[in-house]
Write a protein that binds this ligand. Structure first.
Ligand code: ASC
Length: 151
């Protein structure tokens, strides 16, 4: 084997040993997973919070702005879940996230189902529709917090 080829082969052979131990979720440390999910929840809560005064009639209903917030809620509500993998305990997450994982996943899926309905409601441009769908989204946030989030 030529020297250059040998060096190349040796380098590739070393790759598995150089890669930081990463679980299948793509985070190299649990702290990164906790930061990822907390960051996405924070942004999610910002855009949910932006709609709260609108559905309460305390801020004007701007259908285009609502659609923009709802589109972000749709994207953001899909993000945190991959950061709750095996061994990623931390933050305000209760142990139940892992010990009762089927229920946690069901509640996460419920949220995403209600958000899909909110997208449809926002597309109608009708505040009453948005109000109803938004209420269900909020209820699904709360249902999961009540079971799985420490105060
Ligand atoms: C929010 C927010 C939550 C939910 C929840 C709904 O705006 O930050 O966690 O709504 O309070 O019950």
């Amino acid at each position: 084997m030529k020297f250059a080829k040998f060096v190349t082969a040796a380098c590739f052979a070393a790759v598995p040993f150089m890669t930081p131990v990463a679980l299948a979720d793509g985070f190299s440390k649990t702290e990164d997973a906790v930061n990822y999910r907390q960051s996405s929840f924070k942004l999610l809560s910002h855009h949910v919070g932006a709609l709260t005064p609108v559905v309460r009639g305390q801020a004007p209903f701007d259908a285009a702005q609502v659609k923009e917030d709802v589109a972000l809620i749709k994207t953001l509500s899909g993000l945190p879940w991959k950061a709750f993998g095996e061994g990623r305990q931390g933050g305000k997450a209760r142990d139940g996230v892992w010990s009762d994982n089927a229920k946690f996943k069901q509640l996460a899926a419920n949220l995403q189902g209600e958000v899909d309905k909110l997208v449809v409601a926002a597309d109608t441009g009708d505040l009453a529709n948005v109000r109803t769908a938004f209420g269900a989204v909020g209820a699904s946030c709360k249902a999961c917090h009540d079971s799985f989030r420490n105060r």
